[in-house]
Design a protein around this ligand. Structure first.
Ligand SMILES: *[C@@H]1O[C@H](CO)[C@@H](O)[C@H](O)[C@H]1NC(C)=O
Ligand SMILES: *[C@@H]1O[C@H](CO)[C@@H](O)[C@H](O)[C@H]1NC(C)=O
Ligand SMILES: *[C@@H]1O[C@H](CO)[C@@H](O)[C@H](O)[C@H]1NC(C)=O
Ligand SMILES: *[C@@H]1O[C@H](CO)[C@@H](O)[C@H](O)[C@H]1NC(C)=O
Ligand SMILES: *[C@@H]1O[C@H](CO)[C@@H](O)[C@H](O)[C@H]1NC(C)=O
Ligand SMILES: *[C@@H]1O[C@H](CO)[C@@H](O)[C@H](O)[C@H]1NC(C)=O
Ligand SMILES: *[C@@H]1O[C@H](CO)[C@@H](O)[C@H](O)[C@H]1NC(C)=O
Ligand SMILES: *[C@@H]1O[C@H](CO)[C@@H](O)[C@H](O)[C@H]1NC(C)=O
Length: 502
């Protein structure tokens, strides 16, 4: 065991022992007191959803290193609960294992040859409902995390993947993706370094241990086995692919393409409805031909036969929130709630590790596609027919219904956990880049209540960073922060329970 792992482990044991001194709460029968005073209800499609407030906060220091020797970094790009691990203890705490996935490594200066990977973190959640403000140190005991392991990802011929900007394209080939029959042309680091380039952003853990990963470069969706081997590749319709003026693929994220996903605006969100075997991916913001503005797209794939064929079965327009100054709050994650209803993490770039300004919009919102137009298989799947030319939505298309829901930057809720929004820009300031959502049930006494877990991507910013084995100083320390809200989501039980193996 390398020294830093040991250090973090000891730190966590310390957290757990002191957690015993927290005010005793009696499990899921506890009335939600402080949280209730801040409860926010919204209505969508005739159903009332309630934000009961913040109940947990966790933190991993920015210099914490994982088993390869690299700093753990931007693991908040994607999180999910490992199926079969969620458990309620008799003392009011809950335990489980989070599967977390960083994106493409420390890339503030340039992209690097970072092998895609996922990690497992064990956690103990001791929900805190009291209105008394905890200190920052005490607050971290409500959601205590322990690093467990790392799986590195490989593609064809057990070749490691790369985080390097795709400077070239590899031709389609049979046997490494069956959608349809041969995998599509692949983003690769360069002709000289023909490694699949992955900028991972979304993760879904399947019951058999395999997992789906969505990516920004393609933007593609990949299926990996439990031990990290690529077995399926999903290529989206031409309207989403990054094409140059001549209609040729060019995967670079250094510049915007002529049509398709914008640079670094790929499939940020990925979620599964395990009751229907439907996988959903969302683009961070609208395609270039759609004005690169608020009208982004949600795609649905049938993953009933994941290694055989993964057909596109639905596509809808989702109108992202727009600030009073006209800025689109792009989406960083989605999570399936119930048929047609999704949570959507939409946010600005303000906060610790981003621009130091006050956060104006950092939300887990809700949208419904119940009345939205399914545009899959129509001319809108061609880059020649924008669904929202210059940002104005076509009259023939009804977008999703979008409502505001959980506000991360609520000052009263943050203060209960020793956190704040805006100055001072230190580690008690809420992070900028929240990019993940996952759900677990509170229990039988409140069957519509769920814990909503969310984590920040710290962009590997650490004064004591390690990248590809080399130490670096990013000039600031941004910890990985985790927030846990309690929310009432009628109708969510079947898919949430199945997703986590209950
Ligand atoms: C991380 O930084 C803190 C504060 O400087 C230090 O106490 C701790 O030992 C460091 N941990 C590692 C793993 O380097
Ligand atoms: C419940 O027990 C677990 C395991 O011993 C411990 O980690 C946790 O802190 C306990 N929770 C409370 C509220 O005492
Ligand atoms: C869909 O339309 C029906 C009929 O107008 C309405 O009752 C329902 O609330 C709408 N649902 C959403 C999510 O907008
Ligand atoms: C909150 O915790 C304090 C200190 O433990 C306790 O005195 C107080 O009664 C609690 N308040 C509520 C509303 O439970
Ligand atoms: C995989 O190995 C085969 C046989 O050596 C080789 O022909 C092929 O080019 C390799 N593919 C990749 C992507 O490296
Ligand atoms: C892709 O676009 C970049 C930026 O315009 C350009 O430098 C590069 O040559 C293009 N690559 C290919 C394979 O066309
Ligand atoms: C998904 O595909 C399976 C076959 O693999 C089929 O039986 C099922 O009807 C499909 N579901 C949808 C919603 O298209
Ligand atoms: C909690 O902290 C906030 C922000 O500092 C403060 O406004 C509030 O009065 C505090 N609440 C209590 C009960 O001390």
């Amino acid at each position: 065991m390398i020294p830093s792992l040991l250090a973090f482990h000891v730190f966590t044991i310390f957290q757990l022992s002191t957690a015993l001194r927290l005010p005793k709460i009696s499990g899921n029968a506890t009335p939600v007191q402080a949280a209730a005073s801040a409860a926010v209800s919204v209505s969508l499609g005739g159903v009332t959803y309630v934000n009961q407030g913040l109940v947990g906060f966790g933190r991993i220091p920015s210099n914490f290193t994982e088993s390869t020797g690299d700093t753990l970094g931007g693991i908040g790009s994607a999180i999910t609960i490992k199926p079969g691990t969620w458990q309620e203890l008799s003392n009011g705490s809950f335990t489980g294992t989070l599967v977390v996935q960083p994106d493409r490594g420390f890339n503030v200066i340039s992209t690097i040859d970072y092998q895609a990977r996922r990690h497992e973190l064990d956690f103990v959640l001791t929900p805190y409902y009291n209105s008394t403000n905890l200190s920052f140190a005490a607050a971290q005991k409500t959601f205590a995390l322990t690093y467990k392991n790392t799986v590195l990802e490989v593609e064809r011929n057990n070749t490691k993947t790369s985080g390097l900007d795709p400077g070239a394209i590899r031709a389609a080939a049979p046997g490494f993706g069956t959608n349809p029959l041969a995998d599509p042309q692949m983003p690769i680091a360069s002709t000289a370094e023909p490694h699949l380039s992955v900028d991972a952003e979304g993760v879904v853990a399947n019951a058999d241990g395999s997992y789906w990963t969505s990516d920004e470069y393609g933007p593609y969706i990949y299926l990996f086995t439990a031990d990290g081997k690529l077995v399926q590749t999903i290529q989206p319709p031409a309207a989403i692919l990054p094409l140059d003026k001549k209609g040729n693929l060019n995967f670079t994220a250094n510049v915007d393409p002529a049509t398709g996903r914008g640079a670094n605006q790929g499939f940020e969100g990925l979620t599964l409805d395990p009751t229907a075997n439907t996988l959903y991916a969302i683009l961070q913001s609208a395609t270039i031909q759609d004005g690169a503005l608020q009208y982004t797209r949600l795609l649905a794939y049938n993953v009933s036969a994941p290694t055989v064929s993964v057909p596109l079965i639905g596509e809808w327009v989702v109108p992202l929130p727009v600030s009073s100054s006209g800025k689109v709050e792009a989406t960083s994650e989605i999570h399936f709630v119930s048929a047609g209803v999704f949570l959507c993490l939409a946010r600005d770039g303000n906060g610790h590790g981003g621009s130091g300004d006050n956060i104006k919009y950092k939300h887990a919102d809700l949208f419904s596609i119940a009345n939205a137009t399914d545009i899959h298989g129509t001319s809108f799947d061609s880059p020649a027919t924008p669904v929202a030319p210059k940002g104005k939505l076509s009259n023939s298309v009804t977008p999703a219904t979008y409502v505001s829901f959980v506000d991360y930057a609520d000052a009263t809720q943050l203060a209960r956990f020793g956190l704040h929004n805006g100055d001072p820009d230190d580690n008690t300031c809420l992070d900028a880049k929240w990019e993940s959502l996952t759900l677990a049930p509170v229990g039988d006494t409140a069957p519509n209540d769920f814990f909503l877990f969310t984590a920040s991507d710290n962009d590997f910013l650490s004064t004591q960073g390690v990248s590809l084995g080399q130490p670096f100083n990013a000039g600031e320390d941004v910890d990985n922060q985790f927030l846990v809200f309690r929310v009432t989501l009628p109708g969510a039980s079947p898919s949430v329970n199945k997703a986590i193996g209950l």
